[in-house]
Design a protein around this ligand. Sequence first.
Ligand code: FES
Ligand SMILES: [Fe+2]
Length: 358
Amino acid sequence: MNNEPPLAPGPPAELIFGDWYPALRSSELRIAKMTQAMLLGIPLVLGRKRDGRLFAMRDLCPHRGIPLSAGWFDGENVQCKYHGWKFEPCSGQCTEIPSLTQFETLEPGKIYAGAYLCEERDGYAWVYLPEPGSGRSLAQAPPVPELPKFSSRYRSAHLVAALPCNVDHGIIGLMDPAHGPFVHQAWWWRSRASIHEKEKHFEPISQGFRMSSHAPSANSAPYKLLGVYGEPITTTIDFVLPNRRYETIRAGAKWFSSLTTVTPVTPSTCRIDVIAAWNVFYNIPFVTPIARFFGARFVRQDQQTMIEQAQGLRFHPGLMLIDDADKPAKWYFALKQARLKGIEEHPLSGPVTLHWRS
Ligand code: FES
Ligand SMILES: [Fe+2]
């Protein structure tokens, strides 16, 4: 039995607004049903209109602040439970105020509940969260992030894990090469004894950096699973602000692709989502469950480590970033600061080679 009082949340991180974040699996959004989610500390209510369109509203009635999710959604309008105001959920525009009489001049159509752009991609409902105070100008949103695919037929899988630490720790944990042999040791992956020196090539890309194409690690079983001989294998791993890691492995016509995102749920907690797709072994039926098993185990190992790390972070310890293994983490912090300050500055002025043992 654990009778400890609930622990305070760990240190918060600064958050990047003005970008797309995955809120939840779009299969959870059914017509005439409302589902709550939290992104960047903002309570949301999401749903699917009768025409199939998704919506994401701030889950607060503009009248008196009760969550809209406590009310009703008929597939067209969201109706507040308190005084019955109705809203068109994609625009947030108020369509009806039941208490109004002919003596009132208030025009419901001039009242808006908070509504965000919401798009379905790769089985996720992505929500665009504008800079606070940037008003209703939704036009300048960049394209919705998408998992790259290289053929029309493929299999796919996804997984999710909540992390009790802030988004910065989630992201630098994701790009950290030195934890692999310790956190992810397993007979089918690699052992601690397999640690060896590595040389990796990086180059700057817009809002991030790329680990350039390279021959895959000889000690990594999933690469062997690709089962391609005689074809050169190219791998690229891109990190792109605010939170995205794209990995593609290609050999001839065969490919594997994944998009991992670390999304701030609140300023001090985050969630990791992985979507993967591949056309390798397309005709073997067990590949999807096998891939899900390997991927889930991998993410669980990261999750468990970050749960333990969060216990330490509550005491606000000083932290270190060392060369070269923590260099990508340093680049992340520099890119993030430049983005938050709105300045065009990149920590990499050209290609860089890093060395570490992992
Ligand atoms: S609080 Fe929503 S209608 Fe009054
Ligand atoms: Fe990991």
